[in-house]
Ligand binder design. Structure first.
Ligand code: PMP
Length: 354
């Protein structure tokens, strides 16, 4: 059998491991921050109808620029945005890969503040971008001073911010985004995959877009919309940024079926986003319950909670799995992350952890 090492693979990919959140067949799956609620029947019907309407035309390529979908996404975001400010792809991972291809890549660098989303450095690696692992504060926050100091030291071509941050749940103060925009020499990408779960009053970086052509906000339908399997992520930015990603995107990257399904889901967003409040309630219940048991927990504005188990977190992860509850070991010594799902999933998690 041929091993990977025997292939003429790029030297900079040798010895690397792929993204690999375990996909295990377990009763309670709280490890990838999906929305635990299935798509409601009325939305299933609407998506099926929209997809059905595309089937006869599958002999033709889809709208390469996905204009109707981008118009709908801009309408959802508000903030005076139009289709020209919005770009969509197969998940926000693909959007971020396109941003790295356009603005980073070989000979350039990208910086992120860890612990943060594990795909940012992996996407950098895949695009030949040098990764700079800057750090958050010990309490998982990030002050403008610390962010600026680290950016000044490295002068990266692209900075990733993540708010609310995965895996800590921490929302960024807008002063951090402002300070980073003022000091970063290149692009500033704010990953807002979990924005819909933030507490009222938590501002989005969307508000900072006017006058900041180097700012990009990425969003996804994978979390609040419960559309992870549909694969639809998007960005909002100056229209020139949309022109830039079009230089690197594959032609017809968004299938006609994806575009139709996503538009139907967006049209029924009230029925999908209704789950957000219920999930936030479970998130807050997890935080309150664990704190009442004396467990250290990071403040969360997302649909997950980072909690301290102390010692060997992988052993704790395994013991939860043995009790039928799959959570996430993000590789942070002494800590695990759990997704907030349904009430009964929270019951199962809290029972198993006890
Ligand atoms: N950003 C963050 C911070 C995430 O946690 C995730 C999903 N785990 C994504 C982006 C990617 O989501 P998708 O590609 O499904 O849009």
């Amino acid at each position: 059998m041929t091993t990977l090492d025997q292939l003429p693979i790029r030297d900079d990919l040798r010895g690397r491991t792929p993204y690999g959140a375990p996909q295990l067949d377990v009763a309670v799956r709280l490890n990838t921050n999906e929305n635990s609620y299935p798509v409601p029947d009325a939305v299933v019907e609407a998506i099926a109808k929209a997809v059905q309407a595309e089937l006869r035309d599958l002999n033709r390529y889809p709208d390469r620029d996905a204009v109707a979908l981008r118009t709908d996404l801009a309408g959802y975001l508000g903030h005076g945005l139009t289709a020209a400010h919005v770009w969509a792809a197969n998940g926000s991972n693909e959007v971020q890969q396109q941003l790295l291809q356009a603005f980073a890549g070989p000979g350039r660098s990208a910086l992120g503040f860890g612990p943060s989303y594990s795909m940012h450095p992996l996407l950098a690696a895949g695009t030949g971008t040098r990764w700079i692992g800057a750090l958050r504060d010990p309490d998982f926050g990030l002050t403008p001073e610390s962010a600026v100091e680290q950016i000044d030291r490295h002068a990266p071509d692209l900075v990733f911010l993540c708010s609310p941050n995965n895996p800590t749940g921490t929302a960024l103060d807008p002063s951090v985004v402002e300070a980073v925009l003022a000091s970063a020499p290149g692009m500033v990408v704010v990953d807002e995959a979990y924005a819909e779960f933030a507490r009222p009053g938590t501002p989005s970086a969307l508000a900072a877009l006017p006058g900041h052509p180097r700012l990009v906000v990425t969003r996804t339908m994978s979390k609040a919309f419960g559309f992870a399997g549909g694969r639809l992520g998007y960005l909002a930015a100056d229209p020139a940024v949309v022109d830039a990603v079009q230089l690197v995107r594959l032609p017809y990257h968004l299938s006609a079926l994806t575009q139709a399904a996503a538009r139907a889901a967006l049209a029924h967003r009230a029925a999908l986003l209704v789950t957000v409040d219920a999930i936030k309630e479970q998130r807050d219940r997890i935080v309150t319950t664990l704190r009442s048991r004396g467990v250290r927990v990071a403040d969360s504005d997302a649909n997950f909670v980072l909690f301290e188990v102390g010692g060997d977190q992988h052993a704790a992860w395994q013991r939860l799995l043995d009790r039928g509850v799959l959570v996430r070991d993000v590789g942070l010594a002494g800590w695990l992350r759990v997704t907030a799902g349904t009430e009964s999933e929270t019951d199962a998690f809290l029972g198993a952890l006890q």
